[in-house]
Design a protein around this ligand. Structure first.
Ligand code: GLN
Length: 488
């Protein structure tokens, strides 16, 4: 972006639009220029419809000129992970299977942004069908971490995180099934929120594991995340798991709720495998809260060690069912080799899905098969209940929990691709929240000696995003980690 605008927050850009210091078209042009200048190295975008972006920006300017700006986000560009449907835009999910698919309708979250006047800006790279932790499972390209382009940005919403971290868009949306918002936010040095399961409609979010999936925002600040959340949260008749709950003013809550809070530190999250530089930064953040008068208590989440196993049974089981619809018959890739119906299924799925997706379909089909269902899927569901109960017990004593987001800083491209299990462990601190349905936010809390970002995860009570974001905001305001940006 012309350097004057790149890395500004959505709140700052919103003020400038309101004061007519620039137009939405100028802002969109600046974002397009930053994408042109940097995306050859970052590879955050799968596609970008320039004409459509400028048309949306012109409409925003016309509304503002008529005194009809719809929200603070009117005219602000928002990037979307390529798994959230936008009418007449591609929806590849990072898969060859949907290479030519164009969405006929808007996801409810996309519609929320449109109704707020935001400019929907491009389609962002991701691991195929959101399965992965690095974007290396994308069928199209691997996104680079803006802080060190030889490293991964995290995943599966790696494009959404990298685009914000590289100053290409001020905010973006991702989806989080086991950590796919919080982990890339942490590795890219920005803020990422996974809301409570049910706060945001999943209508138009292509399903990976329906009982775990949730859409959420990325931004440079907690305030930007709060503003974006405001436009997408709320009950939707089109998603029967979306919850009827009062939606507070999240941005206003940041200043209103000031603590001091009772904060829990789960001892299971500080064991083996946690990189020393991550531990040191997270411990400093905990010490800061204590110095502000917060009561810090050690708590225990005893079933933590079973979370990765339970997750990879439940998530793959749901995925094997959800992905059955990609059969080559209707809107997906159809193999040229096919002659009869069964052949069409076989060849189209063999050609359309990448190796990680196939691995998960096979695993998920296995754990659901008769004779194994009780031993795997049934037991994993019981473990899931115990994990949720652990959190609810902890929340009887404390308002929120403080943990690392990721056990390490961003790793090198290729470092974990040969070993799926090692890749799965990248989500060890994030997946329990999806199993329990809880909200979690990652905020920057330091840098490693080589200058790579570190994230603090704060876990909140169900539907208490206003409190959770206020706790994160208090920390952010007193530190300057989020004001540092990569040299591109
Ligand atoms: N890395 C985890 C997985 O591969 C989480 C992905 C996600 O949250 N979408 O399943």
């Amino acid at each position: 972006m012309s350097s004057a605008l790149a890395f500004q927050t959505a709140a700052q850009l919103s003020d400038q639009l309101a004061a007519r210091q620039m137009s939405a078209v100028e802002l969109a042009q600046a974002c397009l220029a930053q994408v042109r200048a940097t995306d050859g190295r970052i590879n955050a975008f799968l596609s970008l419809d320039e004409a459509d972006i400028l048309a949306q920006a012109r409409e925003s300017d016309a509304r503002r000129a008529a005194g009809q700006a719809r929200s603070p986000l009117d005219g602000v560009p928002v990037g979307l992970k390529d798994v959230i449907a936008v009418r007449n835009q591609p929806l590849t999910c990072g898969s060859r299977m949907l290479e030519k698919f164009v969405s006929p309708y808007d996801a409810t979250a996309a519609l929320g942004l449109k109704n707020a006047g935001a400019v929907l800006f491009g389609r962002l790279n991701m691991d195929e069908f959101a399965m992965g932790s690095s974007t290396e499972n994308s069928a199209y390209k691997t996104t680079a971490n803006p802080w060190d382009t030889s490293r991964i940005p995290g995943g599966s919403s790696g494009g959404s995180a990298a685009a914000v971290a590289a100053g290409q868009v001020p905010v973006s949306l991702g989806s989080d099934t086991g950590g796919s918002i919080r982990q890339p936010a942490s590795l890219c040095g920005i803020v990422g929120l996974k809301p409570t399961y049910g706060l945001i409609s999943r209508y138009g979010l292509v399903a990976y594991a329906s009982s775990l999936d949730q859409i959420g925002p990325f931004g440079h600040t907690v305030e930007d995340v709060a503003m974006t959340l405001q436009t997408i949260a709320g009950h939707d008749e089109k998603d029967s798991t979306s919850f009827r709950t009062e939606i507070p003013d999240y941005r206003a809550a940041l200043a209103q709720r000031r603590g001091p809070w009772k904060l829990g530190v789960p001892k299971e999250y500080f064991g083996e495998g946690l990189a020393p530089e991550v531990r040191a930064s997270v411990e400093q953040a905990i010490a800061w809260y204590r110095a502000q008068g917060c009561e810090i208590r050690e708590v225990s989440l005893p079933h933590t060690e079973y979370a990765v196993s339970a997750y990879y049974i439940i998530a793959t089981a749901e995925a094997s069912s959800n992905l059955a619809r990609y059969d080559g018959i209707r809107y997906t890739h159809r193999s040229a080799k096919s002659t009869d119906a069964i052949d069409i299924y076989h060849h189209s799925r063999a050609e359309g899905f990448g190796p990680e997706v196939k691995r998960r379909i096979i695993l998920g089909t296995y754990v659901l098969s008769s004779g194994y269902y009780d031993a795997y899927y049934g037991r994993a569901q019981k473990v899931r209940t115990l994990i949720r109960q652990d959190f609810l017990d902890a929340f009887r004593e404390v308002d929120a929990l403080l943990t690392p987001t990721s056990p390490t800083v961003a790793f090198k491209k290729g470092e974990k691709t040969a070993n799926p299990l090692e890749m799965y462990l990248a989500d060890i601190f994030t997946i329990s929240l999806n199993l329990a349905g809880l909200p979690g936010v990652s905020v920057p809390c330091g840098f490693s000696p080589e200058g790579l970002p570190i994230g603090l995860q704060i876990v909140g009570r169900p539907f208490q995003e206003a409190e959770l974001l206020a706790i994160a905001h208090a920390y952010e305001r007193a530190h300057d980690f989020n004001t540092k940006h990569p040299a591109l």
